[in-house]
Design a binder for this molecule. Structure first.
Ligand code: PEP
Length: 252
């Protein structure tokens, strides 16, 4: 039985003054949920504030990106060791916004995931297709290409220490999530792709759905057999909405 994970991606949002109210609400809310794990992925400058406010609570935290390099002349990048010092459990790798804006290749995403795992962090590895790719019928081809690079770069056994997130790019921030049928089809395909390399890893790996998850659609998505939680953008900035999604995952 896979435990569900609901993770909030704040993206480049938040403020030193405004974060405490949200983080304290999450710390209290997460304590009321027994069967679901909660986490927030915050901008790097807020990691230590998040650590201070969430330490001792059941809500975990993490970064939104990590360097595959250990240290050195990599201006603007954040290392695994830095995330460890901030008490992170998770880090997102390969979010579509980074793949698109920072030209991150499948191999680079795999190297980042591998570095995270080597440092004891759990990467949340994002895969997903554009609207054009979906309309051309290339969805599985695209997500398999992204996943295969990670299986190859990380090694299927070490993938047991990762989380996958299926995030159709056309659903991110658009208000229009994938239908349950679309989400289940891709999640099941991703799981069987991992299973074909290692059945145990495939059966156990958490696969989150991301893309316009909100309180009104969370329950039907969380009930799908191969959906093991959600990666939530916009709705994770509103404490009540994020906790409602957590409750949907707990009751699904
Ligand atoms: C995301 O950016 O990972 C995301 C899923 O965003 P949203 O929930 O706002 O679509």
């Amino acid at each position: 039985m896979r435990v569900k994970l609901v993770a909030g991606n704040w993206k480049m949002q938040g403020s030193l003054g405004g974060n405490p109210a949200l983080l304290k609400a999450l710390a209290c809310g997460a304590a009321t949920l027994e069967s679901v794990a909660m986490a927030v992925l915050v901008p790097a400058p807020y990691l230590f504030q998040t650590q201070t406010l969430l330490s001792g609570s059941p809500c975990a935290w993490g970064g939104q990106d990590v360097s595959e390099e250990e240290n050195g002349p990599f201006t603007g990048e954040v290392s695994v060791a830095m995330l460890q010092e901030a008490g992170c459990r998770y880090v997102i790798t390969g979010h579509s916004e980074r793949r698109a804006r920072h030209l991150e290749s499948d191999q680079r995403v795999a190297a980042k995931a591998s570095a995270a795992i080597a440092g004891g962090l759990t990467p949340i590895v994002c895969v997903g297709e554009t609207l054009d790719e979906r309309e051309r019928g290339e969805t599985l081809q695209v997500v398999f290409r992204q996943l295969d690079a990670v299986i190859q770069g990380v090694g299927v056994h070490r993938l047991a220490n990762a989380v996958l997130a299926y995030e159709p790019i056309w659903a991110i921030g658009s208000g229009k999530s994938a239908t349950p049928e679309q989400a289940q089809e891709v999640h099941a395909a991703l799981r069987s792709r991992v299973s074909s390399s290692d059945w145990v890893v495939g059966a156990g790996i958490q696969i989150l759905y991301g893309g316009s998850v909100k309180p009104s659609n969370a329950l039907e998505l969380m009930r799908l057999p191969d959906v093991d939680g959600a990666l939530v953008g916009g709705a994770s900035l509103v404490a009540n909405d994020f906790m409602d999604i957590g409750r949907a995952a707990a009751t699904a």
